[in-house]
Design a protein around this ligand. Structure first.
Ligand code: ZN
Ligand code: ZN
Length: 349
């Protein structure tokens, strides 16, 4: 009497971690408990991408600048259901299927208060920086302010494709994709393919360039008819060029390919510097745009997927368990995998 003893406890759950370069494990960790403004997500699907692969190999630049370190809990392309909420979180989120923003700005600096929280200097990135545990687990924590509700018309596979979709939609919009516009896109990875689908859905004439026979064939199969290994010759030239590769030579090639007065969108990042002669840009009156994140494109992507105008699911080659992820990073393709560039994980299997 007179005092209360309160036991905080939680069960264990499974989470995937990259423990050192070229090493990973599925670990038993404590289930998260939602703090103020946070929610717990029961994760239903997670995508892995090039950034995750770079954490596995040890190449990711944040490992060398101190923004990240091992062990890494990855996973920034995800969907799931809100299973618990912390203090101050609207009850409407409980039980809601959601995906969320990777970028978590501080909320108070000039960039955050002027609508650019995705480039906040002191932001955390879910599953990417500052030890913010990612979604590749049975459950994970995220601030409620980062959530986006998913309608029933978006299934789990599509839900985990919203984050790469946000990047690609922004690239398509930056290229001013619209009826009659000729848009050249370099790269048949997830971002290039999705950008092509968004640009076509907007009415643009899309010309896609790839190196990989398998993804070139996939692009044609999903309706991007003008996909090839070479730059096509058009009498009118290209109104916009999108670089969605990691090839350091493409940025300069894009500048020499676009029509004067046109637009260039850089969304791919090479492992080394890509040099462009700014005089060529000036003399051709070209607009150049860089895109870092999907954040401002997430809501628009959800709308496009829900409307059925873009279906990202053919890009998913396989859906595997957390136990199989290490093999994927070591370059083994799962048995029965399709032609798509994207691998999904269901943490419940
Ligand atoms: Zn990604
Ligand atoms: Zn900020």
């Amino acid at each position: 009497m007179g005092f209360e003893v309160r036991f905080e406890y939680s069960d264990d759950m499974k989470a995937f971690a990259i423990t050192a370069p070229m090493q990973s494990a599925v670990e038993d960790v404590q289930e998260p408990i939602a703090g103020d403004g946070e929610v717990v997500i029961d994760v239903s699907r997670v995508g892995i991408c090039g950034t995750d692969q770079e954490y596995f190999t040890g190449e990711m630049v944040y490992l060398h600048t101190g923004k990240a370190g091992y062990p890494m809990r990855i996973g920034h392309e995800w969907c799931g259901t809100v299973s618990a909420i912390g203090n101050g979180v609207d009850k409407k989120w409980l039980g809601q299927r959601v995906t969320g923003d990777t970028m978590l700005g501080c909320g108070t600096c000039y960039r955050c208060t002027s609508g650019r929280q995705h480039v906040c200097e002191s932001r955390s990135e879910v599953g990417i920086s500052h030890g913010f545990a990612g979604a590749l687990a049975e459950k994970f924590l995220i601030p409620a302010r980062a959530l986006h509700a998913l309608p029933d018309s978006i299934d789990d596979a599509m839900g985990a494709m919203v984050e790469p979709g946000g990047n690609s939609l922004r690239a398509s919009q930056a290229a001013l994709a619209g009826p009659g516009r000729n848009i050249l896109i370099w790269g048949t990875g997830t971002i290039g393919l999705l950008a092509a689908l968004f640009a076509q859905a907007a009415g643009a004439n899309v010309y896609l360039i790839g190196r990989n026979e398998q993804t070139i064939a996939l692009a044609k199969k999903i309706g991007i008819k003008n996909t090839s290994k070479q730059i096509p010759q058009l009498p009118t030239g290209f109104d916009a060029v999108i670089d969605a590769t990691n090839d350091p030579d493409i940025p300069a090639l894009a500048v020499s390919t676009v029509e004067p007065g046109g637009r260039i969108v850089y969304i791919g990042i090479a492992g080394e510097a890509s040099y462009v002669d700014s005089r060529v840009i000036t003399l051709a009156d070209v607009t150049v745009i860089g895109i870092l994140s999907g954040s401002p494109g997430l809501a628009g992507t959800i709308e496009m997927y829900a409307s059925g105008k873009v279906d990202p699911r053919p890009l998913i080659a396989a859906t595997i368990s957390m136990q199989q992820v290490g093999d994927i990073f070591l370059g083994k393709r799962p048995a029965g995998a399709g032609d798509g560039p994207k691998i999904h994980i269901d943490p419940r299997i």
